[in-house]
Structures are given as C-alpha cells and as structure tokens.
Design a protein around this ligand. Structure first.
Ligand code: ATP
Ligand code: MG
Length: 267
C-alpha cells in the first residue's frame, strides 16, 4: 500500500480580479514507504499548493487523497488532529514557523502535549532531548529561544518538532532554500540519515534540480498545476523525455561554473 496516493486532485484559487487559477489541475500520484518524491517546477507551478493539499492544510476542490490508506478528505476535524502527528510539514522559513516567545523545549514539546499520548512530563522531556540529539542539537538548546539560533539551527528545531511525534510522512517545502550552501548540505544529509533510520516517506518541494537529483528517489515535474513528467530521478533528470523538463534543466544550468578552489588559490 502506498503511503501517499492521489487521484485526480484539483484546487483552484481566484485572482484579485476574480479570474480562476487552476493551481493543482488533476494530479494523480503514489509514493511508497521510504521513498522521496521530489516536485520541481517554476515559481507558481503549484508545488506548495500540492504539498498543502496532501496534508489537508488546504481543502481540495475534488479528487481523492489517501494517506496510509485513509481518505483524508473524509476525516472529521478531530480525526485529522489526531492523525497530524503522523503527517508533518517543514516550511522554507524556519524562523517564521517557530513561535519566537517559546523556548526550544516548549516548541518541540508542544506537539506531544497536543497529541496527549506521550506520558508524563519527564517522559516528554526525555523525548524532546532525544529528538534534539537526533537533529544534532545538544540539551544546551532547551532553554534558548529561536531568535538566538542560526538559520540552520532554527531549521533543525523545525525538523525536531515534526519528528518528535514519530511521523510516517513529511512534506518538505523548500526546507533548505533559505540556508547558506554549506549549512544546506549538512541539513540535507541529516534529513537523508533520519529518513533511513526511521523509514520516512518524504515529499520534497524544490527549485533546485541538483539538490533533487541527490536527495530524491523519484521526481515529478510540475507545470501550471499538472505533472508533465514523472519517474525515477535517474529517468527524469538524466533522460528527460518532455521538452518542458529539458527546458527547465537548461534554464537551471549555472552560466559560470562555481569553482571555490580557484578562489581560495587566488586569496
Ligand atoms: N491562497 C491563495 N490564494 C490565491 N491564489 C493562490 C493561493 N495560493 C496559491 N495561489 C496561486 O496558485 C498558483 C500556484 O501557487 P504555489 O504557491 O502552489 O506555487 P509554487 O510552485 O509553490 O511556487 P514557488 O516556487 O514560488 O513557491 C499561483 O498562481 C499562486 O498565485
Ligand atoms: Mg512554493
């Protein structure tokens, strides 16, 4: 059974002028446990809308969305709240998604309190400390607040908050695009390590084709709310069949290769 299965899912918005925009226009997909589906496409192609529809953070207009076999569009609000801990999301802007008034301990503990099934205060604290450790943060961070952390550390807290309830599925919407290149690489390595250790299923929304090539087992290329090409990463990115995919890849090629060694030699 796939962890995620979508059949003909649609969502449209209206522009301020009242014109309909088909942000997601008949998407079907299936993601098996432990896989990472990368979603690439130009700005405005519908990637984030699709990621939010998968978790029912926004309501679809039509279609079927099955998570672990459950029709999430049919769940009640209470049922959905109960499932949330298994189906999580990490956003692009870590600082904006963390409550600045809370300590790191409170931020990571909150989902455990909401879920009500994670025992005593002491057990919760143990779980918070263990999860912080998994994302590379020591207990020294427990009483600090988001504003005192670097961007990379903030994103690690965001990831800890989503892992603390033991999810099966995580949507990552450009999780590293606000980070410096070196930090980006280490956060991605951490996400890959966590995925293996926990058999997580990821949906990874990204502009960055090279990141997707390294990080994703499968790729879907999105254009104006539709998938124009899907398949294994190797098939889609090494042997793209569709002109749109080829154009997207050509546009993404850096005009001047980045050669850090040379710079160092000059310095
Ligand atoms: N809440 C909303 N209200 C109105 N229109 C919206 C809303 N959310 C998205 N849209 C529109 O839907 C389309 C798809 O937007 P979406 O944010 O999903 O694209 P994206 O691929 O994630 O883009 P980016 O790469 O810039 O993040 C765009 O035309 C956008 O303007
Ligand atoms: Mg987006």
């Amino acid at each position: 059974m796939p962890i995620i299965e979508l059949k003909d899912v649609r969502k449209s918005f209206r522009t301020p002028q009242g014109l309909p925009v088909a942000a997601v226009d008949g998407i079907s997909l299936a993601v098996e446990r432990g896989e990472t589906l990368g979603i690439i496409g130009e700005s405005g192609s519908g990637k984030s809308t699709l990621g939010r529809l998968i978790l029912r953070l926004i309501e679809a207009d039509s279609g079927t969305i099955l998570l672990e076999g459950e029709d999430i569009r049919a769940l009640s609000k209470a049922q959905l709240r109960n499932r949330r801990r298994r189906w999580q999301i990490v956003f692009q802007e870590p600082f904006a998604s963390l409550n600045p008034r809370l300590t790191i301990r409170q931020i990571v503990e909150e989902p455990l309190i909401v879920a009500k099934t994670y025992g005593s205060k002491a057990e919760r604290l143990r779980r918070v400390i263990d999860t912080l450790k998994e994302v590379g943060l020591s207990p020294d961070f427990l009483n600090r607040r988001p504003a005192n952390l670097s961007g990379g550390q903030q994103q690690r807290v965001g990831i800890a908050r989503c892992l603390v309830t033991d999810p099966t599925l995580v949507v990552l919407d450009e999780p590293t695009s606000s980070l410096d290149l070196t930090i980006r690489a280490s956060v991605l390595q951490m996400l890959a390590r966590l995925q293996l250790a926990r058999r997580l299923t990821y949906v990874f929304v990204s502009h960055d084709i090279e990141t997707v090539r390294h990080f994703c087992s499968h790729v879907a290329v999105m254009h104006r709310g539709r998938f124009v090409e899907t398949g294994t990463t190797d098939d889609v990115l090494s042997r793209p069949q569709q002109p749109y995919t080829q154009a997207l890849m050509a546009a993404a090629m850096p005009p001047i290769p980045y050669v850090p060694e040379e710079r160092e030699a000059l310095a």
